[in-house]
Design a protein around this ligand. Structure first.
Ligand code: NAI
Length: 354
């Protein structure tokens, strides 16, 4: 195992890499901050073209987790793991056990869970060898399990908060919403939006996922390359990061961007461009915190699903606080959210020093 102390690199505390020939595991764990508690964040499996791509992704994601956990008021710091490989082709129980041993070697400084490309079954294999894992199957009524439905619920409530703030209405009846990505979160979100009376336009690179949502929810399909340009009230990115960039923002016609995808802004300054275009942006790590709220409650133990739902109910309130502060100060919402997260991290650091 190769260990780098990266206190000076992007503010990270630690980055560790694992190359386990016997199982083919190639993974990186990045710990951005343990100021608020053990670094918690999921494990992504993705066929990164280069190790540098994987490193860049894990660094951005782990910093996002510090901010996400801080804003959500959770007693956890921020970290993330990536496994370089193509799911499900490169998945084996042994690979996830090797990953579990890698997590365990950090002695609880990092707690893992599922993310894009990994599932509750994968986490069950991780849990064979370490206790520093959440997102496992749980008994009915208890906190935990697959985070995606809870993420979708938080995004749904966040969209309603954004609509209340920007459009001055409390319901979604008849509003048009484009959903990009119909995976674990996007599919559940589409169901909640349709039940609330929204008109959906949906896109996914997987044709079957689009057909399913169109059949079940009377959504209309749009081409993957057109979904960001749709003339809709709301755009909900639920697929990839960096979809909001210098190329896409001038073409957006939505008045609100609010979705689950992590790292939606290609660069921090893209938040400014959204502000200038009069588009309300719900900062990704604030609106998509439902999943981490769920798994962190599971990890702490003893919480019920009802308590998780109560915590998720705070997401729209936090967003509205950010929207109001951004409007008062005429600033981009992502800048305000980052500042609030840093304030919370800084306040805790000062307490520790005092
Ligand atoms: P997923 O992998 O189940 O779904 C992603 C979907 O996007 C897939 O159906 C995929 O085919 C589709 N997709 C990929 N490229 C696309 C493109 N160019 N255009 C349209 N669709 C495309 O992932 P999941 O769990 O639904 O997560 C979605 C996003 O939300 C990710 O960015 C993830 O990081 C973020 N997120 C997920 C959480 C969770 O609880 N699962 C928690 C917080 C954030």
């Amino acid at each position: 195992m190769e260990t780098l102390d990266t206190r000076d690199v992007d503010g990270h505390e630690l980055i560790v890499c694992e190359d386990h020939a016997a199982t083919g595991l190639r993974a990186i764990i990045a710990i951005h901050s343990t100021v608020l508690g053990p670094a918690a964040g999921g494990c992504r499996m993705w066929p990164y073209a280069t190790t540098a791509d994987a490193l860049f992704d894990v660094l951005r994601l782990s910093r996002g987790m510090s901010y996400k956990n801080a804003i959500a008021g959770l007693p956890f710091g921020g970290g993330k793991a990536v496994i370089i490989g193509e799911p499900p082709k490169h998945k084996t129980p042994q690979l996830f056990e090797a990953f579990g041993r890698f997590v365990d070697s950090l002695g609880g400084r990092y707690v893992t869970a599922e993310d894009v490309g990994t599932t509750t079954s994968d986490m069950a294999n991780v849990a064979r060898v370490t206790r520093y894992v959440a997102g496992l199957r749980r008994a009915p009524g208890q906190a935990g399990g697959d985070p995606a439905p809870k993420t979708a619920l938080g995004v749904f409530l966040g969209i309603k908060a954004a609509v209340g703030f920007k459009l001055g209405r409390s319901d979604l009846e008849g509003l048009s919403i484009a959903v990009q990505g119909l995976g674990n979160v996007g599919y559940d979100l589409a169901g909640l939006l349709a039940a609330a009376g929204a008109r959906l336009k949906v896109a996914d690179v997987r044709k079957a996922a689009v057909e399913r949502v169109c059949d079940e929810l009377k959504a209309s399909a749009v081409a993957v390359e057109d979904v960001l340009d749709e003339d809709v009230d709301i755009l909900a990115p639920c697929a990839l990061g960096a979809v909001l960039n210098a190329h896409s923002i001038p073409r957006l016609r939505a008045r609100i961007v609010a979705g689950a995808a992590n790292n939606q802004l290609a660069q921090e300054r893209d938040g400014q461009a959204l502000l200038a275009a009069g588009i309300l942006y719900a900062p990704d790590y604030v609106i998509n915190a439902g999943g981490i709220i769920n798994v962190s409650r599971e990890y702490q133990g003893g919480a019920t699903e009802a308590q998780v739902l109560e915590d998720i109910g705070q997401i729209p309130l936090r967003l509205t606080e950010i929207f109001e502060r951004a409007r008062r100060e005429n600033r981009a919402t992502n800048e305000v959210a980052d500042e609030m997260a840093r304030e919370r991290l800084g306040a805790r650091r000062q307490k520790m020093v005092a």
